[in-house]
Design a protein around this ligand. Structure first.
Ligand code: GDP
Ligand code: MG
Length: 219
């Protein structure tokens, strides 16, 4: 493990969308047909070199999608500098839950417009079972000003690209911060004055979502 700056990111989304498999593919180039269900929160580490030539240690927080862990997963986001939000292109419910169960809820815990988030439509290799068109996923991402990739943790398609894009966005945001230090767990990232405009989310959409949000209890 290098002594690079520490950079915590998180992966969230419904259960069985392939979150743990994406991490496994990214960190070890592996895929398993029978994954053990994640309970609570797991951690994975990977050393990377940023686009700026600096070494970073990425800590990927893997969360459980089940309802009993939903609140815990969201609380944990406060510690993270970037988020991968995952649905499965073969699971309509996981796509429909993006807005109601995830984006609206995330917005309650963190200043969502200032943190890099990448939307992932996973299981791209299962074309025959696809129920969410790529165009629909892309339009959803545009609505919230998120970057978007369709990936396959099985073949590895786009997996590294999605992680690297997130990591580089996180580095850009933090480099732009005055007195930035990635390994300090401060909230300067949420300062409007230090935003990278390319990752700003559509404030109006989030505002509307917040108003529309129905109160739910998960724990
Ligand atoms: P999680 O609950 O979101 O962490 O999902 P898992 O990573 O545990 O994956 C759930 C199931 O989907 C497992 O059986 C995986 O083998 C399978 N899976 C995950 N990603 C893919 C993918 O990209 N393609 C295919 N064909 N199966 C996948
Ligand atoms: Mg898992």
């Amino acid at each position: 493990m290098s002594n690079g700056s520490f950079l915590p990111i998180s992966i969230i989304g419904d259960s069985s969308t392939g979150k743990t498999s994406l991490i496994l593919q990214y960190t070890s180039s592996e895929f398993r047909d029978n994954m053990t269900t994640t309970l609570g929160i797991d951690y994975f580490m990977k050393d990377v070199k940023g686009f700026n030539g600096i070494d970073y240690t990425i800590k990927i927080m893997d969360t459980a999608g089940q309802e009993q862990y939903h609140s815990m997963s969201l609380h944990m986001l406060k510690l993270c500098k970037g988020i991968l939000l995952v649905y499965s292109i073969t699971d309509k419910q996981s796509f429909e839950n993006l807005e109601s169960n995830w984006i609206n809820e995330i917005n309650e815990f963190i200043d969502i417009k200032n943190i890099p988030i990448i939307l992932i439509g996973n299981k791209k290799d299962l074309e025959m079972e696809r129920v969410i068109d790529e165009k629909i996923g892309r339009e959803f991402a545009q609505k919230f000003n998120l970057k978007f990739f369709e990936t396959s943790s099985k073949t590895g398609e786009n997996v590294n690209r999605a992680f690297e894009e997130l990591i580089n966005d996180v580095i850009k945001v933090n480099v732009e911060k005055k007195d930035s230090k990635l390994d300090e767990n401060n909230d300067n990232i949420n300062n409007d004055n230090n935003l990278n405009p390319s990752i700003q989310l559509n404030k109006e959409n989030f505002h509307n979502n917040k108003e529309k949000k129905k109160k739910k209890k998960y724990c």
